[in-house]
Design a protein around this ligand. Structure first.
Ligand SMILES: NC(=O)c1ccc[n+]([C@@H]2O[C@H](COP(=O)([O-])OP(=O)(O)OC[C@H]3O[C@@H](n4cnc5c(N)ncnc54)[C@H](OP(=O)(O)O)[C@@H]3O)[C@@H](O)[C@H]2O)c1
Length: 310
């Protein structure tokens, strides 16, 4: 991490103080939702999209349709881009002279990797473009609602300038640090928790349905396990940060037996067993290295491996 911000701990943004005309560039599912939220809040909104039909649909809902990209940028004090990725964003905006962005704030909301985000911030800085990078953490129906969450990273002064405008699309926004890579890093890390949880539920559902139970019958039991995860995460995080993995409440040798049951039950149900095998192998590696008396948090060292870390 290279953030000079005191901590990547989310800090909620403050109250709305003003509004600005916006331009929304990129009107796929997410860009259209952003534009609709601005329109719904009464924000003057200009739209542009590579495929014009998508922009025309928004124009029918009250947006101003820019005839070209330059006109869209000119119309917005805050220019929100929501293209598929950062490379497409840089290529598109790079077709305009840097002067086209004078006096404007460009908010790049495409998903990316930390390296891509840093490249985009450097790209903007080199051109003197005032840019803010964000990662959208909610699906389109939540945009503009109190549950909407966007993580912003990079130049806090730029966020502060445009905060009132941006709160329209995500009142529950958070600034996570001055390293622009932090927003996509946390985005990716949060999605990993989400996808791993969904995949584990689907694997377990495949096992129980192979034995004649419905997934709906398993659901309350799955939720029982979900309910203990928040406290479990607290303990794991404390261990990871302390670099100490005491097996006072659980130990890997015991958990290896449970994971062996999981693999055996999965295979017995003729369900793809790679997921429990992965967890089993991680525990096995730690136990074989002499850490059988440690807690599950020791697995982080197996995952880190012996090599240099990014
Ligand atoms: N949808 C979600 O629920 C969601 C949630 C969180 C984050 N996000 C992120 O939001 C971003 C947009 O997602 P989306 O769902 O709106 O995607 P999408 O429906 O596939 O739309 C992609 C948009 O990018 C434009 N585009 C792609 N390549 C381009 C290029 N080379 N030049 C100009 N325009 C280009 C497309 O223009 P055309 O219409 O001309 O193809 C379209 O406007 C992605 O980074 C995604 O990861 C989406």
């Amino acid at each position: 991490m290279t953030s000079t911000d005191s901590s990547p701990t989310p800090a909620t943004t403050g109250p709305i103080t003003d509004t600005a005309p916006v331009a929304v560039i990129g009107l796929g599912s997410m860009g259209a939702a952003l534009a609709r939220a601005f329109l719904g809040a009464g924000t003057p909104t200009t739209v542009w999209n590579r495929t014009t039909a998508r922009a025309e649909a928004l124009a029918a809902e009250g947006a101003d349709l820019a005839p070209d990209l330059a006109a869209a940028v000119e119309a917005g004090t805050v220019v929100v881009t929501c293209l598929r990725d950062h490379q497409a964003t840089r290529e598109l905006l790079g077709a305009l002279p840097a002067e086209a962005f004078a006096g404007r704030t460009v908010v790049v909301l495409a998903s990316s990797t930390p390296a891509e985000a840093r490249e985009t911030q450097a790209w903007a800085d080199q051109r003197g473009i005032r840019a803010l990078l964000g990662a959208i953490m909610v699906p389109t129906p939540l945009i503009g609602t109190p549950q909407s969450l966007i993580l912003y990273a990079g130049r806090r002064d730029v966020l502060d300038r445009s905060r009132a405008t941006l709160e329209v699309i995500a009142p529950n926004s958070a600034y996570v640090g001055d390293d622009p890579g932090l927003a996509p890093l946390l985005d990716t890390a949060m999605l990993e928790v989400f996808f791993a949880g969904m995949t584990a539920f689907l694997h377990a559902s495949a096992m129980v349905t192979a034995h004649g139970l419905e997934a709906a019958a398993f659901l309350p039991w799955a939720k029982e396990m979900l309910a203990i995860l928040p406290d479990t995460f607290d303990g794991l995080a404390a261990d990871v940060d302390a670099g100490s993995y005491p097996g006072t409440e659980d130990n890997l040798a015991m958990e290896l037996a449970a994971l062996t049951h999981m693999v055996t039950t999965s295979r017995g149900a003729r369900v793809d067993s790679r997921l429990p095998e992965l967890m089993h192998d991680l525990a096995r590696q730690a136990v074989d290295a002499g850490h059988g008396a440690d807690g599950w948090s020791r697995v982080v060292e197996v995952l880190r491996g012996p090599g240099d870390r990014a």
